[in-house]
Design a protein around this ligand. Sequence first.
Ligand SMILES: C[S@@+](CC[C@H](N)C(=O)[O-])C[C@H]1O[C@@H](n2cnc3c(N)ncnc32)[C@H](O)[C@@H]1O
Length: 249
Amino acid sequence: MQTQINGQGRAVASIPGVRPAHRNIPPRRWNGRLLLDGFCCAGGAGMGYHLAGYRVVGVDIADQPNYPFEFIHGDAVEVIAEYGHLFDLVHTSPPCQDGCTLTAGTNQGRTYPQLIPATRTALETTGRPWVMENPPGRAPMRRDLQLCGEMFGLSVIRHRNFEPGGGMTVDQPPHVPHRGRVAGMRHGQWFTGPYFAVYGQGGGKGTVAQWQDAMGIHWTTARRELAEAIPPAYTRWIGRAVAHLTRAA
Ligand SMILES: C[S@@+](CC[C@H](N)C(=O)[O-])C[C@H]1O[C@@H](n2cnc3c(N)ncnc32)[C@H](O)[C@@H]1O
């Protein structure tokens, strides 16, 4: 990514410890806006905002060598509270294991931190528009927007809920009926279908290349990173809606 020398470039420069972006990311037209990608992992959400025209800066508690944009290695709640006001929009994907129906079986008996309330408190202090994302389940957040891969012609279903705040709203696209079943091994037999189940370690759920194509994520081959990600198409939709609202204000 080219470094933008302007007011917002200086805003990023004022944050200590920002690692430069990788160079091998697709070109896009910058919309003049800056996005903080909280709990960024390898950047599924970040890539959607990038494609919508944002300059993206990610933050994660774990080092993320495959994250393609500028990156801060740190606690997202702390970084949002301290620097969130410098950004036009703050996206967050707090860990979902505590309230997620997808992992209820595998995570039984373990406890996970629930970061959603603390994240929302930090987001509200920024005075900026923000959005929080989580999978369906018991997560303590609103479900104002629900997105599905079929809305964007993807080969994943991958329902995700979004809670926008800070005065922004995002249009809900109509839910499109699913075209069929999820492909994969069941009872020792491979079933075909238009969708892949991108979670866990793979095995009978499709190859890495099939997962990459299904998600629209080609800059990482790590199954864990693909399994944690949301398809960039989702945040591209949100990023475009917010850019429109911000310009109109
Ligand atoms: C569900 S993943 C995010 C996926 C990402 N939105 C994407 O689309 O690729 C959650 C991430 O939160 C990170 N995480 C957990 N606790 C954190 C914290 N306190 N601060 C920052 N990141 C944290 C994890 O390391 C993990 O990468």
